[in-house]
Design a protein around this ligand. Structure first.
Ligand SMILES: [Zn+2]
Length: 255
């Protein structure tokens, strides 16, 4: 059972960076909770612990002590940058690190960059407490600049936070070799056929994150059985896209 420690930066009396009507502590918590939910929705064979799940003050020492005593396999700290740049970057400790630290970071970096259109600021190293004091592979991500208007506008979109979280979840899952949950129950492969003239698909499990239109008669392989999204249900398709599970629009079958 792989143990994942998610650390939403700041919280409580420490808001982190703030600008453009946004607070770092709020964004990091949203991204971390979404990452947790995606990991639990799409993957199996892991457990997740978080340094906080609400807006509360947690010291840096309390975070690393908690992860160390729990025996986490991977520590991922989520932050938003500030200081007038733009884009995404991530950090590992600038002292000696394990080979796993490097490969885990490479996978996380690649998967986040697949999902977002932030400028890629690269893979970096720094002497941050959470990287130095954690006894397992640890990565700290900086997801856009809160004080740069273009980045802040992206961070104001819930669908964009979903994409950042999806990148984190997929990167963590790859690093730890988590198994993707299979669709179709009963061990049978599930399919959906479009039964309405045209229908939207979605980039993420978010009704606002429309991808491409598909047409009546098209059939898609289901990767993940239907699950609740807002007031409705979706399937995840093998292509990675999502589609409604409403029987008004699609017919589901197995073979
Ligand atoms: Zn921060």
């Amino acid at each position: 059972m792989a143990k994942i420690y998610l650390d939403p930066g700041h919280g409580g009396t420490d808001p982190g960076a703030a600008a453009n009507g946004l607070q770092e502590k709020v964004l990091t918590l949203k991204i971390a909770l979404k990452t947790r939910d995606i990991l639990n929705r799409d993957y199996e064979g892991h457990s997740i612990r978080m340094s906080r799940t609400t807006d509360k003050t947690v010291s840096l020492t309390a975070r690393t002590n908690d992860a160390n005593s729990w025996g986490a396999d991977y520590f991922v700290s989520i932050h938003i940058n500030a200081g007038g740049g733009t884009g995404y970057e991530d950090y590992i400790y600038n002292g000696s690190v394990s080979n796993n630290t490097i490969t885990y970071r490479d996978k996380l970096h690649a998967e986040v960059m697949k999902q977002v259109d932030f400028r890629n600021r690269g893979k970096k190293r720094a002497n941050f407490h959470v990287l130095r004091q954690s006894s397992m592979p640890a990565v700290l991500t900086e997801n856009g600049f809160i004080d740069t208007t273009a980045d802040a506008n992206k961070l104001k979109s819930d669908a964009y936070l979903d994409r950042i979280a999806l990148g984190h979840a997929n990167g963590i899952a790859q690093a730890l070799g988590l198994k993707r949950k299979s669709g179709g129950g009963d061990g049978k492969q599930g399919y959906v056929e479009v039964i309405t003239p045209s229908l939207w698909t979605y980039n993420t499990a978010n009704w606002d994150d429309r991808a491409v239109i598909v047409n009546q008669g098209e059939v898609f392989t289901v990767a993940r059985d239907k699950f609740k999204v807002g007031n409705g249900y979706m399937y995840q398709l093998k292509s990675g896209l999502y589609i409604t599970a409403s029987t008004q629009y699609v017919r589901y079958y197995t073979k």
